[in-house]
Design a protein. Structure first.
Length: 284
């Protein structure tokens, strides 16, 4: 699985020490992870690994052993089931000590925080500001559904809800994360053979301002890459709007009509966002 991830078209790969590993295999998994980081070429992908939750006895060795052995090949460390800012601060403090003892660049390894329960959701705004290392908030739909008592049939599914069951929590994480300058990511969709359902989940998250979504199978990656990148038409439209509006500004106009639509400063900011995303996706 790690070899496939290294060859995939994903923007980020995270290697898991938490839910994907049986309790009896935790120490062995750390060694396999370090070996994979040393032997596999992940190219330009962001490389992240997920430690065990801070309510377990494994998490601090997950930080110490992996970062000490392979910290120079890790971009981010993911913290699951974050409930308070103090948990992020605790990992930050330990990580700083491990970096110092291993001779690594201080502060280079970033953090990603998974919000997977009501307490974490309630504290999301404060969690998003808990550490300068923090780069992203991630929604965990499976554990969240279990924590609040939602009878969801599958991780990431929102049936039989007629609208969008994750609308409120995803919106709140988008607002909390982006107010702190973080990326916001949606979690997994477990029915890997349901391409239409995965696409629908991506499209709903994207419309709310979410920046990306987990893919737990290679077949999901092209869908996520397509949905979270602007289309060629959207990119061309944004470039056209930018050109026309800059010309209007030079003529002293603050707003204008373009193809039956009012274009003003807010439209320009939206166009610039589209263009920046298109560049990141290699469309420009």
């Amino acid at each position: 699985m790690m070899e496939k991830a290294a060859l995939s078209e994903a923007d980020e790969v995270f290697l898991d020490l938490e839910d994907a590993v049986a309790p009896s295999k935790k120490p062995e998994a750390r060694k396999l992870l370090v070996t994979a980081l040393g032997e596999l070429d992940f190219g330009k992908r962001t490389v992240c690994y997920r430690i065990n939750g801070l309510d377990t006895s494994w998490w601090y060795e997950d930080v110490i052993q992996v970062v000490s052995a392979a910290g120079d090949r890790i971009h981010d460390l993911m913290i699951p089931k974050v409930e308070t800012p103090g948990q992020v601060e605790a990992v930050d403090l330990l990580l700083a000590q491990v970096e110092a003892n291993a001779g690594l660049e201080p502060g280079r390894i970033g953090l990603e925080a998974q919000i997977e329960g009501p307490r974490g959701a309630a504290n999301a705004r404060e969690i998003a500001r808990a550490s300068p290392r923090l780069e992203a908030l991630i929604f965990g739909p499976g554990d969240f559904a279990a924590a609040v008592g939602m009878p969801t049939p599958m991780i990431g599914d929102d049936a039989p809800y007629e609208s969008h069951a994750w609308h409120a929590i995803l919106s709140w994480l988008v607002w909390s994360g982006k107010a702190a300058g973080l990326a916001v990511l949606d979690g997994p969709y477990a029915r890997i053979d349901d391409a239409a359902g995965y696409r629908r989940s991506c499209e709903r998250a994207r419309f709310l301002g979410v920046d990306g979504k987990w893919a737990i199978h290679p077949d999901q990656i092209p869908i996520a890459n397509e949905v979270f990148a602007p289309t060629k038409e959207q990119t061309a439209r944004a470039v056209h709007v930018l050109s026309v509006y800059e010309k209007a500004l030079a003529e002293g106009k603050g707003a204008l009509k373009l193809d039956g639509e009012m274009v003003d400063a807010a439209t320009l900011r939206m166009a610039n966002t589209t263009i920046a995303t298109a560049r990141a996706a290699g469309l420009l």
